[in-house]
Design a protein around this ligand. Structure first.
Ligand code: PLP
Length: 450
């Protein structure tokens, strides 16, 4: 039992919950429950924890709250919608907001990607996209195209499809016998030896895209359905592609009739100073998977943007035929749709994507000022994302990263640690002084932890 649970209450008016029953996701449960970090409210750039401490949010929650916290417009839209239409079946029935939202979303998506399929999470968006790829090739008379190509260190959520194309060992090992068959992985694009402390897209590593040609030679293009990559890998610690790498993947996939899927669950909706990474880096894939900031994280929601070609090809057969045997009870849920529409209005009215672009240089210089601190071996950034990589301590991989994360939290800043990489992805409403605060918190923590 933790000291907190023994006390039962904290200094604030909040009562500590019984923590015995919630099996927390992606969390070291025993460690957490012995020394919990509980958030009870949020406003603007700050959380408040259960003891009443203000915590600067340097992670937009979990890459979600791009418009900042406690947005009245979103809570009003949610509350209005839940009273008006709390639920509508999504199979063979519709409601206007889902159509309105799809329409609005497609004003942001790259030209040619003008169909939207709604999901409830990033994992569901990924599995939906993989299934769509198979559906498309079959409808297109190329049913042998069933193989997928992901990338080492890629994170595509936790469905069996997502962990199969994903490349994070810990997420796969326990389930290895049950993963999708016929999946290969491109090499990851992290190259600290050549690219350490690059600003923006690193110069070295374009050649890693050529491995795709080798895989195509090995398996035959006629057997490959799709390549899926995060334009920028977030979960493995902010790993950027070399300049030109994504363009090269697009050229190769085009040449061989292979679909290209960008998983933009974290890069979507302004994180990189544009609606999508594909816009920022001028590469249009065939599908884009999204979630998180689509509605500022308010309610579970995701969406897959699909090319008109894929959609139209699947629309074969008589009118009464269901084209795609796939979907979720909550696809396009009215309350989630209302929250997303309110969020998109905030992004537009406050020009938050441009704001992120305008802050990028300041943010870049601020995070790179950490170079030279003890154990900092690389710093990577793009848009309003940064990764600060530390050498593992001799106590083991991840110990230093966790200690810095926990130290920052106890001192009033929420950062994210993946192994020994500290990731920053603040809400796009962040002020320059708050960027300075984040960097100061990290610097203090690095010095304190050693
Ligand atoms: N894809 C990417 C690139 C992600 O970063 C994530 C989550 O962080 C996911 C998919 C999975 O999203 P979710 O946790 O909503 O299922």
């Amino acid at each position: 039992m933790s000291e907190y649970q023994q006390n039962g209450t904290s200094d604030s008016s909040q009562t500590w919950p019984n923590m015995a029953h919630f099996w927390m996701p992606f969390t070291a449960n025993k460690q957490f429950k012995a020394n919990p970090r509980l958030l009870v409210s949020a406003q603007g750039m700050y959380y408040t924890d259960i003891e009443g401490n203000k915590i600067l949010d340097a992670t937009a929650g979990l890459w979600c709250c791009n418009a900042g916290h406690g947005r009245q417009e979103i809570s009003e839209a949610v509350s209005k919608q839940i009273s008006q239409l709390d639920f509508a079946p999504s199979f063979q029935m519709g409601h206007p907001l889902a159509f309105e939202l799809a329409d609005k979303l497609c004003q942001l998506s790259p030209d040619g990607l003008e169909k939207v399929f709604f999901t409830n999470s990033g994992s569901e968006s990924v599995d939906t996209a993989l299934k769509m790829a198979l559906c498309y090739h079959r409808a297109n008379g190329q049913a042998t195209r069933t193989r997928f190509i992901g990338r080492e260190l890629g994170y595509h959520g936790v469905g069996f499809g997502g962990i199969s194309v994903g490349g994070i060992g810990n997420n796969r090992k326990t389930f290895s016998q049950q993963l999708l068959q016929g999946v290969d992985h491109l090499p990851h694009t992290l190259d600290i030896a050549n690219n350490a402390f690059s600003h923006g897209l690193p110069p070295h590593g374009l050649d890693k895209a050529e491995v795709l040609e080798q895989l195509i030679t090995l398996h035959g293009a006629e057997n490959i359905a799709a390549v899926i990559v995060e334009p920028m890998s977030g979960s493995a610690g902010v790993i950027l592609p070399a300049d030109g790498y994504l363009k090269r993947l697009r050229e190769i996939t085009h040449k061989h009739g292979i679909l290209l899927i960008f998983d933009e669950v974290i890069t979507g909706f302004g994180r990189l100073g544009a609606a999508f990474a594909s816009e920022r880096w001028q590469v249009t894939p065939d599908m884009i998977t999204t979630a998180k900031a689509i509605n500022n994280g308010a309610i579970p929601m995701g969406a897959v943007f699909v090319s008109n070609t894929i959609h139209d090809t699947c629309m074969h057969g008589p009118d009464e035929l269901i084209e795609f045997f796939h979907g979720y009870t909550y696809s396009g849920h009215p309350v989630a749709a209302a929250s997303a529409l309110a969020t998109l209005s905030i992004y537009e009215n406050e020009q938050l994507f441009d704001r992120a672009k305008g802050l990028e240089l300041y943010f870049e210089q601020a995070v790179h000022s950490l170079k030279g601190l003890p154990n900092v071996i690389d710093i990577r950034n793009t848009g309003l994302v940064a990764g600060i990589q530390l050498a593992p301590s001799d106590k083991g991989v991840g110990k230093r990263g966790y200690a810095i994360f926990d130290h920052c939290f106890r001192q009033g800043a929420l950062v994210r640690a993946t192994a020994d990489i500290i990731a920053l992805s603040p809400p796009l409403i962040v002020e320059k002084s708050q960027i300075d605060d984040m960097v100061n918190h990290i610097s203090d923590a690095i010095n304190a932890v050693g």
